[in-house]
Design a protein around this ligand. Sequence first.
Ligand code: BGC
Length: 445
Amino acid sequence: MIKASDFGDDFKWGVATAAAQIEGSAVEYGRGPSIWDTFSARSGKIKKGHKLDVACDFYHQYKEDIALVKFLGFKVFRFSISWSRILPNGKGEVNQQGITFYHNVIDECLLNGITPYITIYHWDLPQALENEGGWTSFSINSAFNAFVSICATAYGDKVKNWIVINEPFGFTSLGYMLGIHAPGKTGLNNFFSAALHTALAQAEGGKILRSEVSNANIGTTYSCSEIIPYTQSDNDVLAAKRVDCLMNRLFVEPAQGLGFPTANWDVLEKFQIEYGTWRLNDRMKFDFDFIGLQNYFPLTVKYNAFIPVIQAWEVKAKSRKKPHTAMGWEISAVSFHNIIKQFGTYPNIKNIIITENGAAYHDKIVEGKIDDQERIAYFELYLAALLEAKNEGLNITGYMAWTLLDNFEWAEGFTTRFGLVYTDFKTQKRTIKNSGYWWKEFLKT
Ligand code: BGC
């Protein structure tokens, strides 16, 4: 059995959340609408027509929820700032009630000996900016930079740990290429222009934080998945390389001054030429103090000529009879280990924090308890793999579990539960799951 102390005394143990998924009070206290408010109002976009209006009501219950973080024994609380709560129109006039709310959250953390990690952008773009083209528009960069600067000025004296963007590949692909997340746009042109502006935003946001927050510890996060070819045929191996470019390399390489990873995929080569992205290589570069890695599943892929552009197809865990979570995501601690190692080979990555990792299951309350043994087994497996990777010499300095509370799981609405704490969405009652108690014991060891 591994112990928390095996990771060393300075290792940061935390739990992560995001504004849109927990806050609620979507139309109150001066907040403007975000793309997720608009998207969830469109019929058929979110399972069961769920909306974010109340979510976990963190806006009103943040004190109790931070008390839970403390009770579970975590020393780090990661949360994000809702852009449209600070700037209801995305730019221009600042909503003072929004500024005050995050001061309250930060102060409550500090009072309880918990270090806040702020994510500046976790997917909830103000609708007013989406009306101007959102991430596909060049004007997004000046608006984002102004937002970063407002956050840095307001909170930089108290908060030293910053994450510029949460999973750029996640929101640009799901929201601007596949249309299954807000704002629901589709197509390669939307995706590539969103990707370019996001790659610029991550670096420029980092530079602003560096100049405006003294002693800042600045990172950004990436989703990552080991990509495994279904067979060793050339076609499958090349398909896996293309998917790797897209899912793992697309944003981390520009940040390191390497530009977009064009070598293994001619479509990216074309994108770089059409958009002249190589001219922006310097602007997309930023020397992050840490990289946040977020891992949920590996992907096994197969060549498929009928799939436009990427010509690759996922062979699902279920069809291969592999263990998986309620999301259908394959459970593989070996792949977790391998993908951390893959990111660890970049010479400019100095420090890795796992900023999200966790699992959804069909939790049920039985006699007031949630006995989520599968989730406990998942954490045990993944933490053992993490320790192995750390002991091999990778500079891994923290781990944040996803997530504190069952919450609004984007297009899945409230149907999918990832929390260490069960949320009854009718009464807002919180019940700590057995996995939460497992963490409490683990963190004492
Ligand atoms: C996102 C979270 C999300 C989690 C589980 C990550 O991609 O950052 O917001 O809830 O995955 O799907």
